[in-house]
Design a protein around this ligand. Structure first.
Ligand code: HEM
Length: 461
């Protein structure tokens, strides 16, 4: 149904298919293909049609909530096997979405970050203890991932996985990642010869992981209910609060799905945002110097000073660094949109409610027609108010759009700024000058193989 979009010329779609499966780097493949394609283009991967949008203007149009809404791409559809109709993977209009959204929104306002602030600081301090005890460079993405995983698990259900305090990785973490990627690994198998058999094999391998993860989370729910303990975390909120209008509560399976969703959505994305920011800081001495000056101005001469809750929004320059890193490498790099009714996109492309298009953020965020000729360059000052004035609306979307935009945006920003401030105040950082940025495409995107040397720093006063 709908319009057939521009195809890659000649044999490219087939080469694209093979690459997609062999390398597991769909984003890089699309980014490589994009320069030779139009503003919107289509690729078929074994009978599955994918429509990609790379122009900022078309993306902005798709963000018009009166005409378009969130759609589930095959990757999100596959995740439903693991997290059902929880917030991220609910179909637009599915009843549990509204119920959970209304119940959980109060836990994600700017002001409710006050309740997570101390946990965020404590987790960062544990990481510094580990860093201070090791020689040699740190693996940035690995440590940022541990940090954000600990922070979200402690704030969501007061569970400590000991990422920085024990030598072993807690088995929950790899089990969850395995369970999570199973749906994705299977999603491309549907239409290939022998795919069903491979899918059954993957399911069998995954059954133990899945059982372990479900059991652990269900155990947390039953324990909390039995103990009657009040921790003031997300789990409490979900167990205790009834919907203000309908009086309904979330059922236990749905609570398990929400918890897993927060663990997943709430850690790798923020980890990547921190890692890309540190990468750019290590490459831009002028930016790094200004960042150091800001941390020193706000935190003063003691390298162990911790920002108060009220100080976090004062790091305006760090915020611009983060915004700029998320412009170039939005760590949730795509989201999809469908028309509510049959419509013409840009007055040209017919779309019906069965159609969906993926907005590829690393492309739309670098569209020179709205970001200028230097769109590929890292320049935090782009986000100065005087430089943002006059820029088109709905073109910067690292946290998605509209009603289904990221519920954890304030959480991610508070955590990332606080952690960046602490790191930059406490350490001199230097990257390997020979390192070339490579992207690891997991559920989200993160820098691959990026290391930093750390030296203790004396803040200037
Ligand atoms: C939704 C990005 C951090 C929880 C989204 C969406 C994007 C996004 C693009 C919309 C997806 C779509 O339209 O299909 C990010 C980025 C983050 C981040 C870049 C960090 C830098 C977090 C955190 C949490 C979280 C820390 C939880 C604590 C969620 C949830 C949704 C969501 C639950 C689904 C919202 C709904 O549909 O009601 N995120 N996110 N995210 N995010 Fe985030």
């Amino acid at each position: 149904s709908g319009h057939t979009f521009e195809h890659p010329a000649g044999r490219v779609p087939i080469a694209g298919d093979a690459l997609h499966l062999r390398t597991g780097t769909p984003l890089s493949n699309v980014m490589r293909l994009a320069p030779s394609m139009g503003d919107i283009f289509e690729i078929r991967v074994f009978g599955q049609k994918f429509v990609f949008v790379q122009s900022a203007e078309l993306a902005a149009e798709l963000c018009d909530e009166s005409r378009f809404r969130k759609a589930l791409s095959p990757a999100l559809e596959a995740l439903r096997e693991f997290v059902g109709d929880a917030l991220f993977t609910a179909y637009d209009g599915e009843p549990n979405w509204q119920r959970a959204h209304d119940l959980l929104m109060p836990a994600f306002t700017k002001d409710s970050m006050r309740g997570y602030h101390t946990t965020m600081l404590d987790t960062a301090r544990e990481m510094f203890d580990v860093w201070d005890a090791v020689d040699g460079p740190i693996d940035v993405t690995a440590d940022m991932t541990k940090l954000t995983m600990e922070t979200i698990s402690r704030t969501a259900f007061s569970r400590d996985f000991g990422s920085f305090t024990s030598r072993e990785v807690h088995p929950f973490v790899p089990a969850m990642i395995a369970a999570l990627t199973t749906g994705m690994r299977k999603s491309s198998l549907d239409t290939i010869p022998g795919g069903k058999r491979i899918a059954r094999k993957i399911d069998a391998e995954n059954a133990d992981h899945l059982a372990y993860v479900d059991e652990l989370v269900d155990g947390l729910i039953t324990d909390r209910r039995a103990s009657g303990e009040e921790r003031g975390d997300l789990l409490d909120l979900m167990l205790r609060t009834a919907h203000p209008q309908t009086g309904e509560k979330l059922d236990d399976v749905n609570i398990r799905h929400q918890i897993l969703t927060f663990l997943v959505a709430g850690h790798e994305t923020t980890s990547g945002a921190l890692s890309f920011s540190l990468y750019y800081l290590s490459r831009h001495p002028d930016v790094l110097a200004r960042a150091h000056a800001e941390t020193d101005a706000i935190l003063g001469p003691d390298p162990d000073a911790e920002p108060t809750f009220e100080q976090v929004p004062k790091f305006r320059y760090l915020r611009r660094i983060l915004d700029e890193a998320l412009r170039l490498w939005p760590t949730a790099p795509a989201f999809s949109r469908s028309p509510r009714e049959e419509t013409m996109l840009a007055g040209t492309y017919r779309m019906t409610p069965d159609d969906w298009a993926l907005i590829i953020l690393p492309l739309t965020h670098r569209d020179q027609r709205v970001w200028g000729e230097d769109a590929d360059q890292f320049n935090p000052d782009r986000f100065l108010p005087q430089n943002s004035r006059g820029r088109a609306k709905n073109i910067y979307k690292p946290f998605g759009t509209g009603e289904r935009a990221c519920i954890g945006r304030q959480f991610a920003l508070h955590e990332a700024i606080l952690v960046l401030a602490r790191i930059l105040h406490r350490y001199e950082i230097s990257g390997d000058p020979d390192y070339e940025l490579r992207i690891d495409e997991r559920l989200t995107i993160v820098p691959k193989g990026f290391r930093l040397e750390l030296q203790p720093r004396t803040p200037s006063s």
